[in-house]
Design a protein around this ligand. Structure first.
Ligand code: PEP
Length: 252
């Protein structure tokens, strides 16, 4: 069965007290209005994971990291290992966000390593893919997204896919206020699902949750989520206000 997920990527926003308050607000709103068939996930910065995990205990909200190290442990200053994430209660990690690809040189090869470690540690992975503006204008969006998906996921098994969520995030739509139209998003989501089907079979592809990300907000979520291959959203800016975040989560 395919799961509907709305995940909030807080990026490098909020202090710890602000993040704890935001988590409390999200938990309270989720208790009021989260539909039973929607899974809600928050991905605060690393520094916030422990106190936010305390807030989420016993709630309907799941915890994610925004990234993980590509090594198990040791002399990697500034990095955070998968076991550290599970030890504070993370269930997910986002990997391959375009900001990590663009600013921190995250390659598909590195993402294979990180995905492998995350899955071995029992984390579920939200793998981000998406083309930039030049690639879209050159008509290469299907090729870019297909390659990013294959380069990482084709190294894993069909069983592993049950622990993977894909987030399609056109880079030109992230934090810009420009949303992909529902049709633009749907055609890429369908393409991603066919790439998954090609390697892992129709059942695995049909069960795969594929999220849309890029300036998603309460006012446009309904139309996006009505598309047959869009199973929720990875939300940036609008995840920083509990009301907007839950406004999106109640848009199915
Ligand atoms: C994101 O960075 O994952 C994202 C979708 O950001 P925003 O919603 O702000 O465009």
């Amino acid at each position: 069965m395919r799961k509907f997920i709305v995940a909030g990527n807080w990026k490098m926003n909020t202090t710890v007290p602000e993040g704890v308050q935001l988590a409390k607000d999200v938990v309270a709103k989720a208790a009021e209005c989260l539909p039973a068939n929607v899974e809600l996930v928050v991905a605060p910065p690393f520094t916030h994971l422990f106190p936010v995990a305390e807030v989420l205990k016993g709630s309907k909200v799941h915890l994610s990291a925004q990234n993980c190290a590509d090594h198990v442990k040791g002399a990697y200053t500034g990095e955070v290992a998968v076991d550290m994430l599970t030890s504070v209660g993370c269930e997910y990690t986002i990997l391959g966000h375009s900001e990590r690809r663009q600013y921190y040189g995250e390659t598909d090869e590195k993402l294979v390593e990180k995905t492998k470690l995350a899955l071995e540690a029992g984390l579920k992975v939200i793998l981000c893919v998406g083309e930039n503006l030049d690639e879209r204008e050159a008509g290469k969006h299907f090729d870019v997204v297909t390659a990013q998906t294959k380069n990482v996921l084709y190294n894993f098994s069909a069983e592993d896919m049950a622990k993977v969520v894909i987030a399609y995030e056109p880079v030109w739509a992230i934090g810009t206020g420009k949303t992909a139209t529902a049709e633009q998003a749907q055609e890429i989501h369908a393409c991603i699902r066919s790439v998954v089907a090609e390697k892992f079979g129709a059942k695995v592809a049909d069960d795969m949750t594929i999220l849309y990300g890029g300036s998603c907000k309460p006012s446009n979520a309904k139309e996006l989520f009505a598309q047959k291959d869009i199973d929720g959203g990875l939300i940036g800016g609008a995840a920083l206000k509990a009301e907007d975040f839950l406004g999106i989560a109640t848009s199915f």
